[in-house]
Design a protein around this ligand. Structure first.
Ligand code: ATR
Length: 288
């Protein structure tokens, strides 16, 4: 029930489209017994992002999730950044302080949970990333801070792969990081890569696409994860599963990054069991 004490939170995005965040956050509020209302705020004009944030602060809005296309654009309007947001160079959560908003990035924690649910460990792992955009950057920082033995970045555009590799080497100079064009996957020497698919390939409605289809690719993996969560199991994951590999889907990452953001705003952490229930609820809200 909304009353005079309700804490207002929201999502900054454009387009807001079919975002699951209002469902996730308002369900978390109910489950955790918090007097919170989470609303969609579509900032259509990027030139008005600064005005939106200043206005929100003046209104006392307690926090936001930030998503496409504002995860980097929001940074100049913030008071400061949390460590993970600084390393990733992008923000998905704003927390209000009296002086302004502080930017955090809970994608890293979400990704770690997505892997941990399936007992997939970054420690000592040979991590293979497909993609070199914003999502790949979160995965690369996870590899760099999560004790990976090696990181390989494959991207359609090899220049972007190399740029990301360089950024990771700056964070963790001791980590072996290699970058190459996606088409060179056949030259991968190993056969136990933990592969994280970090592009939008295969996302609804293009559900019959997979960034790689050749069964010999999947033989090189120990496990596969996909940040895409529509559909819940992408074609990429179906192919990995057909090759007998453990798989992890992106919906758990979405739920977990949301739960971490909720915890930054309220101090309340939902239990693993509640997170699983939320996962079931979110599955029901996905596009058919
Ligand atoms: P995000 O922030 O969601 O990661 P992005 O920065 O636009 O989005 O990055 C998209 C990623 O998906 C990139 O790695 C992109 O490859 P390029 O850098 O070569 O453009 C990758 N990508 C998108 N469509 C692709 C496709 N059809 N085949 C291969 N890679 C694709």
């Amino acid at each position: 029930m909304i009353d005079a004490k309700t804490k207002v939170l929201g999502l900054l995005a454009h387009p807001i489209g079919h975002s699951l965040s209002p469902l996730i956050q308002n369900t978390l509020a109910t489950v955790c017994g918090e007097n919170v209302a989470y609303l969609p705020f579509e900032v259509k004009n990027p030139d008005e992002l600064g005005a939106a944030i200043r206005g929100a602060h003046a209104l006392g809005i307690a926090g936001f999730n930030v998503t496409v296309p504002y995860k980097e654009a929001v940074i100049p309007h913030l008071l400061g950044l949390g460590e993970e947001a600084r390393l990733i160079g992008a923000v998905n959560t704003l927390v209000r302080t009296e002086e302004g908003y502080v930017g955090h990035n809970t994608d890293l924690a979400g990704m770690a949970t997505m892997l941990a649910r399936k007992n997939l460990r970054t420690e000592g792992a040979h991590i293979l990333l497909l993609g070199a955009g914003g999502a790949a950057r979160s995965a690369a920082v996870l590899a760099a801070t999560g004790g990976a033995a090696e990181l390989v970045i494959l991207n359609r555009n090899p220049v972007r792969a190399e740029a990301l590799a360089k950024a990771v080497r700056d964070i963790t100079p001791s980590l072996t990081v290699r970058a190459a064009a996606l088409e060179h996957w056949q030259e991968l020497p190993g056969n136990d890569y933990l592969c994280i698919q970090c592009t939008s390939v295969g996302m609804w409605p293009n559900t019959e696409e997979s960034i790689v289809e050749d069964p010999r690719f999947f033989e090189k993996l120990s496990a596969a994860a996909d940040i895409v969560y529509t559909p819940e199991e992408t074609k990429f994951l179906r192919l990995a599963r057909a090759a007998g590999k453990p798989v992890a889907g992106g919906l758990a990452m979405l739920i977990s990054q949301g739960a971490h953001a909720f915890s930054l705003w309220t101090g309340k952490r939902c239990t693993a069991e509640q997170e699983e229930r939320l996962l079931t609820l979110a599955k029901g809200a996905l596009p058919a």
